[in-house]
Design a binder for this molecule. Structure first.
Ligand code: SAM
Length: 222
């Protein structure tokens, strides 16, 4: 099947390009042991996020949707000493596993993990973090993507990057009649990005071990 081929190619690319990191592998094992859904980014996607942060010189990062902290670890290890990543997670069990994984990786001094629905914790973040974020990774409940975009615009500066994950959803994103609330959330999100005078953006389809999906990359204009 196609998924089988995509998975084999991901395996091949990861074996070739991504050095095995016990901390990242232990995080995935610990997630599975804790019963978390395997909705983490793949290793090559994690590396892609890491390279984006490094290319951008990001020091202040916001992630919406922590799960077990797998993507958080990828991004946190790319940050300079004074860098910080704020990551928001609604599910206390997911957050507990993430805290364990991030502590075990020795990264908690760079990470501020907040438990609670993001729309509840984002006002606190705005209050406490006076400096705008350089990079925002939106990867939580997709129906809330339009709200997360509004927050991302409040919490960034000209030049900041915004990445939205899972925007293709097996192709359903191109269906204007979809009744799936996640698809509707993503479509509204993309419309808002397209119509916003201070954003320019692109989106790419991806295939791999997690199936057929894609991500959006936007830049905040001056
Ligand atoms: N970024 C993670 C990674 O790649 O390792 C994967 C995140 S997973 C796709 C989405 C996460 O968002 C889940 O852990 C879910 O509990 C969380 N979530 C769902 N609704 C949320 C909300 N309203 N606020 C914050 N997090 C939420």
């Amino acid at each position: 099947s196609l998924l089988h081929t995509w998975t084999q190619v991901d395996q091949y690319l990861n074996d070739r390009l991504i050095p095995a990191d016990p901390l990242l592998e232990q995080a995935l094992n610990h997630n599975a042991a804790g019963g978390l859904p395997a909705h983490d980014v793949t290793p090559n996607q994690g590396k892609f996020l890491q390279l984006l942060l490094q290319i951008h010189g990001a020091t202040r990062v916001l992630e919406i949707g922590t799960l077990g902290g797998y993507s958080t670890i990828w991004m946190a290890i790319a940050l300079p000493d004074q860098g910080r990543i704020v990551t928001l997670e609604a599910d206390p069990h997911h957050a507990e596993i993430a805290r364990h994984n991030l502590s075990h990786a020795g990264l908690m001094d760079k990470v501020d993990l907040r438990v609670g629905a993001a729309l509840t914790t984002l006002p606190d973040i705005q209050e406490e973090y006076r400096e705008p974020f350089d990079f925002i990774f939106i990867d939580a409940d997709k129906p809330s993507n339009p709200d997360y975009l509004r927050w991302a615009l409040r919490l960034t500066r000209p030049g900041s990057l915004i990445v939205g994950d899972n925007i293709v959803r097996d192709g359903e994103v191109a269906n204007p009649n979809s009744t799936d609330e996640r698809v509707k959330g993503v479509r509204t999100f993309l419309d808002m990005v397209a119509n916003h005078p201070k954003l320019e953006a692109t989106a790419l389809q991806t295939v791999g071990s997690k199936g057929y999906d894609g991500f959006m990359l936007a830049r905040v204009l001056p």
